[in-house]
Design a protein around this ligand. Structure first.
Ligand SMILES: [Zn+2]
Length: 360
């Protein structure tokens, strides 16, 4: 398993539990947190074996060498699969514009050194014409900080819950600008579990005075322990509620996902407050969720900012990587545009579901 994004892990619940699962140590922490905090993840029954970068894993006659890559979630890996016919490279998901791009560079170099017989390559952003902005994580951070320093009103933001680079960016901005960051109990739980991996260097939501945890009003209306799931209760010492947020708007940056927008009704943000959408832009102009989001913005007179960096390399970077690694054959996956890989001039073999391919 290359990393803990849903499209890479969720189907293990359909796998025969007798099949062991190999995954990064960090990925294991993510799966455990996901299982605990959401009703629909159940990954438990397998035999889980964890690895770190460079630690070779023997699977039958194959030797799999996981190498860390930079992606929009920690503990992401590409694989060098050493076989009797030569090495097969699998990229996983990766990018070259994140805070740890040198990990991706290391993977690309090691892949090249193997003179691979095949490369199985992701192509999320391999599109004819890129319509979305091409920001780096650094650009997201500096642009977001500009928004924060320009205002004494509250800043809301929405981001992917498992992107710890993005969390770190906003946490840094908040602490630098005398604001506290308000997160959900779910995020606090994830942070708390990921702290077991000291390489990630994340703050402790239970101890860090700059992190507050927002509890929604539930049935009793009194914010009682029994109103919340067991896993949510761990952070009640750090609890803030609508009243606190409403009265301290100039001192906060608050994480607020699309499905929590109803909280705005009680928070009553001041006119001219800010909302940073730190996620992918909508796929089409008819995106319903996007329209609803903008209706909320308009209703509260909030200023909208689109600031996001992708977790994936763009088309040119993919083509350049394929060319540099120079595999005997390249198999595009994780893409809607396999044929565009042919611009690399390499031997590109288009893949079809349920078909077997031989390499040598
Ligand atoms: Zn991914």
């Amino acid at each position: 398993m290359s990393h803990a994004h849903f499209d890479h892990v969720d189907h293990i619940q359909f796998l025969d539990p007798l099949i062991p699962v190999y995954l990064g140590e960090g990925t294991k922490f993510f799966l455990e947190a996901m299982e605990e905090t959401s009703g629909f993840c159940d990954y438990k029954e397998h035999e889980y074996q964890t690895f770190r970068t460079g630690k070779k894993v023997k699977v039958g006659n194959l030797e799999v060498e996981p190498i860390h890559v930079d992606h929009s979630i920690p503990a992401a890996y590409g694989f060098l699969i050493h076989t009797s016919e030569g090495t097969v490279v699998y990229t996983g998901d990766l990018r070259l514009h994140g805070p740890r791009k040198e990990m991706t560079e290391e993977f690309i170099q090691k892949a090249k050194n193997c003179e691979p017989v095949a490369m199985i390559c992701e192509g999320t952003r391999v599109v004819d014409k890129e319509k979305r902005k091409n920001y780096s994580e650094e650009k997201v951070r500096t642009s977001s900080e500009k928004v924060v320093t320009s205002t004494d009103k509250i800043i809301f933001l929405t981001q992917y819950s498992r992107d710890m680079d993005r969390f770190r960016s906003f946490y840094t901005i908040a602490t630098k600008n005398d604001r506290k960051i308000v997160i959900s109990p779910k995020k606090a739980f994830l942070l708390n579990r990921l702290m077991q991996d000291d390489r990630l260097q994340l703050p402790d939501p239970l101890k860090d005075p700059d992190i507050l945890v927002y509890y929604k009003k539930k049935k009793s209306g009194k914010y009682e322990e029994r109103d919340y799931y067991k896993w949510e209760r761990e952070f009640m010492d750090k609890m803030v509620t609508t009243d606190f947020v409403r009265k301290n708007q100039d001192k906060l940056i608050m994480d607020l996902g699309f499905y929590q927008f109803a909280e705005l009704i009680d928070i009553r943000p001041e006119k001219g407050s800010h909302f940073i959408h730190s996620m992918s832009e909508p796929f089409s102009e008819e995106d319903v969720e996007d329209e609803i989001m903008h209706n909320w913005m308009e209703h509260f007179g909030m200023q909208f900012h689109q600031l996001h960096a992708s977790g994936h390399m763009n088309k040119q970077q993919i083509i350049d990587s394929v060319n540099y690694i120079n595999p005997k054959a390249c198999f595009p996956i994780h893409t809607e545009n396999q044929q565009l890989f042919k611009e690399s001039g390499r031997n590109v073999r288009l893949t079809e579901s349920q078909k077997t391919y031989e390499v040598s």
